[in-house]
Write a protein that binds this ligand. Structure first.
Ligand code: ZN
Length: 275
């Protein structure tokens, strides 16, 4: 059994502020150790369930946060950027399950801890086939492209509540309960690690119940930017259409194409900020 684990940061227990998640934040160095420990817990749970190969994909910020010296010796680590599949880089059709650890609610959620969708200063909503998606839903569709089902998600209660409705078969671990966007009631890191380890083993033990999310051909992507200038620049992408002042639409044949267009839009949008 091969297990792919995408590891974000904002959904980890006790991570509640950008002081934890930004590389220049004064609590970043301790927070990346919590991140590494939660990733390890998932890997340990996977090996316990019989995994023969576990690939971790560092999926936060510059994508080089996990500490190799503290990771399980038998995992492999996808680290660094740029990368074609963004948070799902490293996945392919040979994997049996996808897990997402440390994820967060989408941009605009009323309370979700550090909520955003990929790039907080760029866009406020991403839609696939008309449905607003968070990063987990987007990544689950990428996994589905390769025939890999979503098996487990960990993060705050806001993320979990939404995904339980849209992806009810998966195993969910709640690491904290949102009080406001930068304030939560948290499990302690070691407790979250225990739950993730046990939850992973449990989820992989019922893999036959896990479902694929395979979006049809074509797939419609809508990107709602914060700034009309970003939409203007993203229109240089062949096939992109403007829907309103701040939004573009693109119709692609599969999630690889959609991911490429989203990646191009991020790069184009980020280069367009004059200030
Ligand atoms: Zn994220």
């Amino acid at each position: 059994m091969k297990v792919f684990i995408s590891v974000d940061m904002e959904g980890m227990a006790c991570i509640t502020h950008t002081d934890h998640t930004r590389i220049d934040g004064h609590e970043y160095q301790i927070a990346r150790r919590w991140m590494t420990a939660e990733a390890n817990a998932a890997a340990e749970g996977a090996f316990e369930a019989g995994a023969t190969e576990v690939v971790l994909s560092d999926a936060h910020g510059g994508m080089h946060n996990l500490l190799p010296d503290e990771l399980h010796r038998d995992v492999q680590l996808v680290s660094g950027a740029p990368r074609p599949l963004l948070q799902m880089e490293g996945i392919d059709a040979s994997f049996d399950a996808a897990l997402m650890i440390g994820y967060h609610a989408r941009a605009g959620d009323a309370l979700g801890i550090l909520s955003h969708t990929h790039v907080s200063r760029l866009s406020y909503e991403l839609r696939l086939n008309g449905q607003p998606v968070d990063e987990v839903a987007f990544n689950t569709a990428v996994a589905g492209h390769f025939g890999v089902p979503l098996a487990l998600v960990s993060g705050d209660d806001r993320l979990v509540a939404g995904l339980k409705e849209s992806h009810p078969w998966a195993e969910f671990i709640t690491t904290k309960w949102a009080i406001s966007r930068f304030c939560a009631r948290n499990l302690m890191p070691v407790k979250a690690q225990d739950l993730i380890r046990e939850g992973t083993t449990r989820a992989l033990g019922r893999l036959e119940e896990m479902k694929l999310v395979q979006l049809g051909d074509p797939i419609e992507l809508e990107i709602h930017f914060l700034d009309p200038m970003c939409a203007q620049i993203a229109l240089d992408i062949p096939g992109a259409e403007r829907i309103d002042g701040r939004a573009i639409r693109y119709v692609g044949r599969d999630m690889l194409e959609i991911t490429r267009i989203w990646r191009l839009s991020i790069n184009a949008g980020m280069s367009s900020f004059p200030i």
